[in-house]
Design a binder for this molecule. Structure first.
Ligand SMILES: [Zn+2]
Length: 138
């Protein structure tokens, strides 16, 4: 049984932003800067084909870059060249530093689309059991 829609989306996005598997929340999406093919814990294949997350990557990657350019272009007066360069360097570092998190969110959104529109050729593994807490025996 899958969780209700908004819970599924929020949970998957939160896991993706943390660079964790959107399905189980345990496996890593990346090893350093390298994208892993599947989850080591639950076996979910993150993107069956190389272009599967393309649309979500555009949203998560290109829109922040466009916002950054607009911010520097319209937010910094032309007389403040040093400020403009400093803002550009800080924003560029921020974009690079948060890239895996944004890519993780893109993988999570792709996962959500796979849950909503399942493809028999692209199966999602069974939902992992919640961690054992010991409360069941009381
Ligand atoms: Zn997993």
């Amino acid at each position: 049984m899958r969780p209700p829609g908004s819970t599924l989306i929020v949970t998957a996005l939160r896991r993706g932003l943390r660079k964790r598997c959107p399905h189980c929340g345990e496996g890593q999406l990346f090893l350093g800067w390298s994208h892993l093919e599947r989850c080591a814990v639950c076996g979910l294949v993150f993107a069956r084909s190389p272009g599967d997350t393309w649309a979500f990557t555009i949203i998560g990657d290109r829109l922040p870059l466009a916002a950054m350019i607009v911010l520097v272009y319209f937010g910094v007066p032309p007389s403040q060249r040093v400020l403009g360069v400093a803002v550009m360097v800080v924003l560029a570092a921020l974009v690079v530093w948060t890239a895996p998190n944004r890519w993780g969110a893109g993988i999570a959104l792709h996962y959500v689309s796979r849950v909503y529109w399942p493809d028999p050729a692209d199966p999602i593994p069974p939902t992992p059991a919640p961690p054992f807490t010991g409360d069941a025996e009381r």
